[in-house]
Design a protein around this ligand. Sequence first.
Ligand code: V47
Length: 417
Amino acid sequence: MIAPDNPLKPIADKVHAGQRLTHEDGLTLYASNDIHTLGELANTVRERLHGRKTFFNINRHINYSNYCVLRCKFCSFYRPYEKPDPNAQTTEASIPLQIAGQPNEIGHGDVDPAGLPILSDSGGYEMTIDEVIAAAKIAHEAGATEVHIVGGLHPKLPFSYYTDMCSAIRESCPGMHIKAFTAIEIIHFTRITKPRKTIADVLSALRDAGLGSLPGGGAEIFDDRVHDEAFKNKVGEAEWFEVHRNAHELGIFSNATMLYGHIETREERINHLIKLREHQDASLKSRKAHFNTLIPLSFIPDESELDHIPAPTGLEDLKTLAISRLMLDNVPHIKAFWIMQTPKLAQVSLNWGIDDLDGTVFYYDITKREGDGTTHQELTVDKLQRLIREAGGDPIERDTLYRPVTRDETGQVVVNA
Ligand code: V47
C-alpha cells in the first residue's frame, strides 16, 4: 500500500487507472528515492502488457565499418577515414569475426579466416560484403534469427554496397531478419545517391533488397542544446523522426533509443520520451507500422571525448528504465541492452518494468566497457534464460517482430513465417 502522503501517490492512482503520465509526473518519479514504489508501478504496466513473459532473442550484431564523417563527443567507435592499406596486418583485438575461440551451445566458434577485415594503423576498418556475409552465415548456422547491422557514416561506400549487403544476406541466410541502419545512416544514404533519393526511396530500395526493420539508434536526446554540445554535425530530431515516419508509413517497423547519462538533464530525458510517445500516437493512429520497443542506452564514457563525465549510476539506470516504461504507455516493449546496463542490472530491471533482454549479441564494437577493448560480447541462450528465470520471469525466445520462436530438438526454427 502506498502511503497517502507519498508524492508518488497521485501517479500511482493514474497508473492503476491506466491514465497517461505528464511531464511533471516524469520529473516527480525521477526526484523520488522510493525506488520500490517506482518498480512496482513500472511492473504494473509491464505485467498488464506481458504478465511474466520476458523476451530475448538470438541475434548477432555486425558493425560493417567504423569510419565515420561525424565526430560525436559521446562516441568511442568512430575513426577518421583513411584508405585501407591492403598490406596491413589484421589485429586480433578488433576483428569483427573474431570469436574468442570457444564454441557455445548455439554453435559459434568457427572463424572463416578469409572473412577477417584489414585494419588501418588508426584502427579503422571496413568489411567487404563477403566478410559481412561470412559473419551473418556463422550467426545463421548458429541459430540466430536476426542480424543487427549498423556502422559509421562511411564517406566512400556507394549505396549499392548497402543494398547488395542486404540481398546477399537474404540469399545466404534464408529467413533471417535483417534489422539494419539507423535513421542517421538512412539520411546519409539519401545524400550519397545521385540523383538524390528521398528517404522513402532509400527505405523502399533497402526493403526490396531484404531489409526487415530499422533499429532505434542515433536518437540520442531530442534537444537542440544537447545536440549542439554533444553531436553538433549529426542530423537532429526532425530528420530522425522523418525517417521513422517514412518507415512506419511504408509498413516498416522500427525501434527507438534514448542515450542518457551524459550532458543531458532529467527534464530533457522526459521531453525525449514524450516526443517518442507523440510520434507513436500518430503511427498507431494512421500508419502501417510503429515502434516496437524503446531501448534506453546508458552512456559509457570510456574512450570517448566525454570520458571525464561519470557514467550514470546503477540507480539512475534503474530509474530511467522504469520511468521509460511508465511514460511510454503506447510502446509495447521496453528493452534492457545488457551490454550497456550490465547483465546483473538488466536482470534487476526485469522487475522494474523491463520485459525484453537483448540478446545473445556476440560481437559489439560500438561500446566496450572499462577499456578492456574486446568486441566479443556475448550472453549464451542458457545464460539469458537463467537470468530471466532467476528474476521470476518466463523466458520467451522471440523474433525481431516479437513473434515467439519455436525450435525442434535440433535447434532448427520450426514456426516462423
Ligand atoms: O546509435 C554510442 C549509442 C547506439 C555510446 O534497435 C552509445 O534493437 C552508450 O542503437 N555509450 C547504438 N551508448 C546501439 C543501438 C541499439 C542497441 C541495441 C538494440 C537496438 C535496437 C539498438 O549506441 C548509437 C548511440 O546512440 N552510443 N556511443 C556510448 N559511449
